[in-house]
Design a protein around this ligand. Sequence first.
Ligand code: ARG
Length: 462
Amino acid sequence: MADKNSALWGGRFQKPIAEVAHKFSSSIALDGKLWREDIRGSLAHAEMLGATGIIPEEEVDVIIKGLNEISHEIDRGEFQFDPSMEDVHLAIEQRLIQKVGSVGGKLHTGRSRNDQVALDERLYLKQAIATLNEKIADLIEALLTKAEEHADTVMPGYTHMQRAQPVLLSHHLLAYIRMLSRDAYRLDDALTRVDRSPLGAAAFAGTSYPIDREMTAKALGFSIVMPNSIDAVSDRDHLIEVASACSIIMMHLSRMAEELVIWSSTEFGFVTMSDAVTTGSSIMPQKKNPDMAELIRGKVGRVYGSLINLLTTMKALPLAYNRDMQEDKQPMFDALETTTDSVEMMALVIRETTYNAERMEDTVRAGHLMATEIADYLARKGMPFREAHHVTGKIVAYADKKKKSLEELTIEEYQSFSDKFKKSIYRSLDPRKSLEEKRSFGSTNPEMVRAELEAWRKRTQD
Ligand code: ARG
């Protein structure tokens, strides 16, 4: 290690970096993961150096052959990164020079690790977003299948965690599908800002070599060449956007997870999760714990943490590149990996969950969920809604006192509160009828929900 400084940074360095400083600053343990992207970027850069005549084609061929060999070596586990290397870029370059000799040193012409790392991260993010979006599509599919199975299951809807009004379980599950679909759009939108090539910005000021930035961008599948070299090496807001999209996904998953945890309790009994996604207790034999849902809920903190980590790392950083930015790897990988794993796990949890329709429907009958229907009934008969609400409140209090459900009250009892009540009130008290009576667009009306299910099914088949 003694001459590493002078070998890499040139003659200006007379003394090796302190062991502890090397350990403190090396990122190879983390950014080693970017080797595929790093080699892809180097291949495109080398081709361009040849095509523009910056270095002779014969030398480019040697470099390309060497890089391809290194790729195979890493793939087969034959080449392990030298831990004394500072980062993945230097490790691969050093290996190239080892293999092909000093000509390998020409690869870095017109390039800097600053544009190199910015490029590697963008290549990684493009792939990671595609994978995450596939997992989201699969989770939507799992939810849609359950929603179709339960197209007509009635459940109590909640506000403030109090039984509020009956809704279709399918409508409830479709709400999650809507959230996830926005999540996918959010990622796609962030992708348009990830999909820009920083390569060729060099350290930050550009280069005097006649490089062709369009050519490398095209070869690497980027839509746009970043037009400002200073911005190209110092922008991480595209990454922050992705971490933010991941945080929102995790927030959505945590709501689903929380609900599944509560719904699987004996108190609710709305769902039963299979043994594939639950665990037992080492001491209480009766228990079946919803660990996977809990862990999804628990992992949210890591992803939010990554977002805050990135925002804080970038805060107040002067232009252009600063070494602080190396700290972006850990939150970048962790946010993407944790979110992708969590979405995948949620799809399995949903598939392994049975929704207990009977129990849900029984619950709708208790807790005066139909009170709003009574108020609407009176309002339809001409009573101002505020007044109808007040009268209904009195009826609910009366039923509670008599320990009766709203259906059990007699017509005489209803009429003692208002002469607008007719026998037809009992039709309004039927939860299923009340769903059918919903008319507003986007409501839990069974026909509208069915149309929504069909539209989603068609969309997933396109
Ligand atoms: N490992 C560095 C990072 O991840 C690569 C860029 C280093 N650039 C430099 N000028 N030291 O940020």
